[in-house]
Design a protein around this ligand. Structure first.
Ligand SMILES: [Zn+2]
Length: 367
């Protein structure tokens, strides 16, 4: 899962201050007030501009709200320590403990305010350390896998924020505040998420036992931050979710990448082989609703697995196409199916049949 919002409801821009080293924008906020902000230009489309702030947040703003722009150098990204300071400000000094494990900046939001006893402090420190080590391992596995697939990664521009809520009710409240009704899911059904606007990975502490959903969400964060897909670009969900579903962990580290058979997804994909790949690729409807979404994730994993193991050059072409799509660009539904079929020289039903046969054989070999 990852969340792509279009225009954020609140346009109060409290996180940024003018700086001499950046483009300076004069913007009209939700209250009609003029606000001056320092930001990096992140592109524009459909009459909406995207501003990028030094903490890695992107903010879509209707172009008619930008009253003036004075060009200057890009603002310097926040250091890990500065970003940690922002997280403490956001979640409260009495409740927030941070750890910088570059490139990650981790924050645990404690269930109870400070004054915590030694056992609680030790527990929080252990959680920060464990999560930091796990995520750094994910990053290394991701980089290694992309290198082997000859997929270029851009260097990181921003430190990567990770917020871990000890309490489920705090997680739920944050989810509702940040995403409101837009995501279409109730907070309690969300185990973890990556927020494409704030660039934050948001985790429940209990998910850090298996790191199952944190692994998936952290791949979303890496995909965006290493330049494979631009944030807010209209890129099909089969590509987003196939990429994020390609890595499997064992609770301590990543144990396999997208070219290995993921037993869980493979069995769902085979059981639900009537879920049509043409539909999956043509539109994102398959990802709506809990039951259908589970099938769509498995089928997206399957399409990736097939492309990466049998059509690596076609996959390169598809990825090359989508990594150039600009934020908020006009979506092009007609091209989605065409791109996969043209790159592979096969129709989607042919590819799906090939997958069923190939993954069945691969599973048989594993046994
Ligand atoms: Zn996802």
């Amino acid at each position: 899962m990852c969340f792509r919002r279009t225009i954020a409801a609140g346009l109060l821009l409290p996180w940024c201050l003018p700086s001499a080293s950046a483009d300076v924008f004069t913007v009209k906020d939700d209250n009609g007030e003029q606000v001056t902000v320092s930001a990096r230009w992140g592109g524009s489309g459909r009459q909406v501009a995207v501003l990028e702030f030094p903490n890695g947040r992107v903010q879509p703003i209707p172009e008619d709200r930008i009253l003036a722009r004075e060009p200057a150098d890009d603002p310097a990204p926040l250091t890990g320590e500065e970003l940690a300071g922002q997280l403490v400000d956001r979640f409260g000094a009495g409740r927030t403990v941070t750890r910088v494990e570059a490139p990650y900046v981790l924050a645990v939001v404690m269930a109870a305010p400070n004054g915590a006893d030694r056992a609680t402090k030790n527990r929080v420190q252990a959680l920060l350390k464990k999560a930091g080590l796990f995520l750094k391992g994910v990053q290394t596995s991701f980089e290694n896998e992309m290198r082997e697939l000859e997929i270029d990664l851009q260097p990181l521009r921003y430190a990567l924020p990770v917020v871990i809520f000890e309490s489920d009710s705090d997680f739920d409240a944050y989810y509702r505040t940040e995403l409101g009704e837009q995501a279409g899911l109730s907070a309690k059904n969300v185990a973890s998420f990556y927020d494409v606007l704030s660039n934050r990975l948001i985790l429940r502490a209990r998910e850090c036992r298996s790191f199952d959903t944190p692994l998936h969400e952290s791949i979303h964060q890496l995909v965006y931050n290493r330049g494979l897909i631009r944030r807010l670009a209209p890129v099909p969900l089969w590509l987003h979710e196939g990429l994020a579903s390609g890595f499997e962990g064992d609770g301590v580290r990543v144990k396999s990448g997208p070219r290995a058979v993921n037993e869980r997804y493979a069995s769902v994909a085979l059981r639900t082989r009537k879920a049509d790949w043409t539909d999956l690729v043509e539109n994102d409807k398959a990802f709506q609703g809990d039951v259908l979404a589970a099938q769509a994730y498995a089928q997206s994993w399957g399409l990736h697995w097939l492309l990466l193991t049998r059509y690596p050059e076609a996959y390169q072409q598809i990825l090359k196409h989508y990594r150039q799509v600009e934020p908020l660009a006009e979506p092009d539904p007609a091209e989605r199916k065409l791109l996969v079929e043209r790159s592979t020289g096969k129709t989607l039903p042919e590819l799906q049949s090939e997958f069923v046969e190939a993954v069945s054989k691969a599973r048989a070999r594993k046994r």
